[in-house]
Design a protein around this ligand. Structure first.
Ligand code: DGL
Length: 268
């Protein structure tokens, strides 16, 4: 048993889609979440800059004595997973390999689509992970960076959100897919809009579920599960607490939350 918290990070509110799954699947765990709104977005930044930011957040989480870190951000996973695994003395889990695995278990014939930030698509991390697990699988990738801001601005469920999603997913009209990996942690909050655009025949894959399953298995295998009856969720933003509060109200299950601003700079 290990009652230390699980550390989770994202560039913003998207990581809450992973915290929500932790609430469901690991209900006795405490969480320290950092939403790096002060440096949002990551998806348009250079990978070296994203790596620097992710390493600083890793140090912050380590100072807060986490037992594991989940990079709840595809862009940061693509840019910094090995660097964080090297630096931290605790296990570090990313979302891309679990996302690829989750798409492949669908076992549908046809291409797998991937939507993600510009940086994640440019990294080639998803096609590489899929090729590694199932060589020869056709993959169609599409950078859909404008969808990130829709979520961060709290516009999910609006006509603006639907318009942006329709426009961003238009390339899939000519390139049919059977499965779509939502390769940015902001996108599961747009799942209703994405489904309306692509139709019911396309299965949407949220990497969060497989990511949290991977974390749970490691904690079980290492006798490191927590046993908090009423776990505390420590939620930090490097930017805007009001936006973080709005995201918590909209997307998380009920729980004991403490929201605070964290000062984290590159190089910390
Ligand atoms: N939510 C992040 C991801 O999964 C990044 C979004 C952004 O900051 O551009 O890639």
């Amino acid at each position: 048993m290990d009652n230390r918290p699980i550390g989770v990070m994202d560039s913003g509110l998207g990581g809450l889609s992973v915290v929500r799954v932790i609430q469901q699947e690991l209900p006795n765990e405490e969480v320290i979440f950092v939403g790096d709104q002060g440096h949002f977005p990551y998806g348009t930044k250079d990978p070296a800059e994203v790596r620097g930011l992710a390493l600083s957040i890793g140090s912050f989480l380590q100072r807060n004595d986490v037992k594991m870190m989940i990079i709840a951000c595809n862009t940061a996973t693509a840019a910094a997973l090995p660097a964080l695994q090297d630096k931290l003395p605790v296990p570090v889990i990313g979302v891309i390999e679990p996302g690829a695995r989750a798409a492949l278990v669908q076992d549908k014939k046809g291409a797998i689509g991937v939507i993600a930030t510009t940086a994640t698509i440019n990294s080639g991390a998803y096609p590489a992970a899929i090729e590694n697990l199932a060589p020869g699988t056709p993959v169609i990738t599409q950078a859909t960076q404008p969808m990130v801001k829709v979520v961060e601005r709290g516009q999910t469920g609006t006509s603006t959100a639907q318009e942006v999603v329709d426009e961003q997913l238009a390339p899939f009209k000519d390139q049919p897919i059977k499965t779509l990996i939502m390769g940015c942690t902001h996108f599961p909050f747009l799942a209703p809009e994405i489904s309306r655009t692509l139709g019911k025949t396309v299965t949407l894959v949220d990497p969060a579920k497989e990511t949290v399953a991977t974390a749970k298995k490691w904690l079980e295998d290492h006798q490191s599960l927590g046993n908090h009856v009423h776990p505390q969720y420590y939620l930090y933003s490097t930017g805007n607490l009001a936006d973080l509060q709005a995201g918590v109200n909209k997307w998380l299950l009920s729980g004991k939350f403490r929201l605070e601003i964290a000062e984290i700079k590159e190089g910390d």
